[in-house]
Design a protein. Structure first.
Length: 345
């Protein structure tokens, strides 16, 4: 049967196509305009190094071993998401809020062109060939997304460094930007970014846990079967208890892994970055949005990073911005057929 659009005159079809393309472009632009500052603030909040104890210099008077850092009001606000957002706007202005938009656009284009078509095709093949009666192709295909996520590890590392750098990076001078965020060895061999301790592992675990919890929830609610309905087989109290427990555990795991991924992404492979001082300017010569951990020994692995962060900053540092991760996960538990968790970066 001929579709409605194909029966329209050519001029109307062209007009309809233009309207669809325009709507997609407008929605895409709106998405990046809104999401880029929010994602940037979250990345910087999780990257900010805030040790619990004073750094004792040789010229300082001895301090008690349990002396805590005295926080100013501005430093306290820096520890909150909205405080970080306001701090970025105050120090770096609107330009600072939109750092990282270019790698986000590149990542979005690659996802639309490469990832989405591949996963949709794989899901259809699985449903029609291997699992024609169960319709769980999308669940199995989703786990293949983990490997696509790993493909974006170098781009994610560069995006994180662009967001956290104090330098003014111009969108259309990529070589200058790369010299600022990558060491010479990383520029010579970008694939060496996979060798950054713990980054690929944290990325893999974050994607795998999200997909595994999504599959588990679909199984528990019976949403993997066609014509599924509300979870009538479970008592209402048990249903909400399981949902809350899964949401809490998954939020804690994914938030901690994202904090670890961000921190580990900031560590460069051996050899210092060489950037001529006249090439780049900083947003503020007197104040930076965040502090990066540089004076302490580098993290050597995912486990070492966990121990170091807990020892130096406390367990709460691993849960920064947890409520944003929880909001990202919430639709998956409210609507069984909702899209799975999308990381807020």
């Amino acid at each position: 049967m001929t579709s409605t659009i194909s029966m329209l005159p050519d001029s109307i079809q062209v007009k309809h196509t233009i309207q669809v393309v325009a709507a997609i472009l407008v929605s895409t632009v709106a998405y990046f305009v809104v999401s880029t500052p929010l994602v940037g603030a979250l990345v910087r909040l999780r990257a900010d190094y805030r040790p619990r104890r004073r750094v004792q210099l040789p010229t300082d008077a001895p301090a008690p071993a349990d002396a805590d850092v005295i926080m100013t009001a501005d430093q306290e606000r820096r520890g909150s998401y909205f405080g970080m957002l306001e701090r970025i706007r105050r120090i770096e202005g609107w330009a600072g809020l939109y750092k990282g938009i270019m790698p986000s656009i590149i990542q979005g284009v690659l996802s639309i062109v490469l990832v989405v078509p591949s996963l949709v095709t794989l899901a259809l093949l699985l449903d029609r060939v291997l699992f024609p009666q169960t319709h769980v192709g999308r669940v199995y295909a989703s786990f293949c997304a983990v490997f696509f996520v790993l493909l974006f590890v170098p781009l994610e590392v560069m995006k994180t460094r662009i967001i956290t750098t104090p330098y003014r990076l111009r969108a259309f001078e990529p070589m200058v930007a790369l010299r600022a965020i990558l060491s010479p060895s990383e520029r010579a061999q970008p694939l060496r970014l996979y060798l950054l301790p713990g980054v690929a592992a944290a990325t893999f675990l974050e994607a795998f846990i999200a997909l595994a919890v999504n599959a588990l929830w679909l199984f528990l609610t019976g949403a993997q079967r066609p014509n599924h309905g509300p979870p009538e087989s479970l008592a209402r109290a048990a249903y909400y208890t399981i949902a809350f427990a899964l949401l809490a555990l998954t939020t804690g795991a994914l938030t901690s892994l994202d904090v670890l991924r961000v921190r580990l992404s900031l560590q460069r492979l051996p050899s210092e970055t060489t950037v001529a001082s006249e090439e780049l300017a900083v947003y503020s010569a007197t104040e930076e949005v965040l502090e990066v951990r540089v004076e302490q020994p580098p993290y050597t692995s995912l486990r070492n990073a966990i121990r170091s962060i807990v020892a130096e900053e406390g367990k709460h540092a691993l849960l920064r911005g947890w409520w944003i991760t929880a909001l990202s996960l919430l639709p998956m538990f409210l609507v069984p057929w909702a899209p799975m968790y999308l990381p807020p970066w």
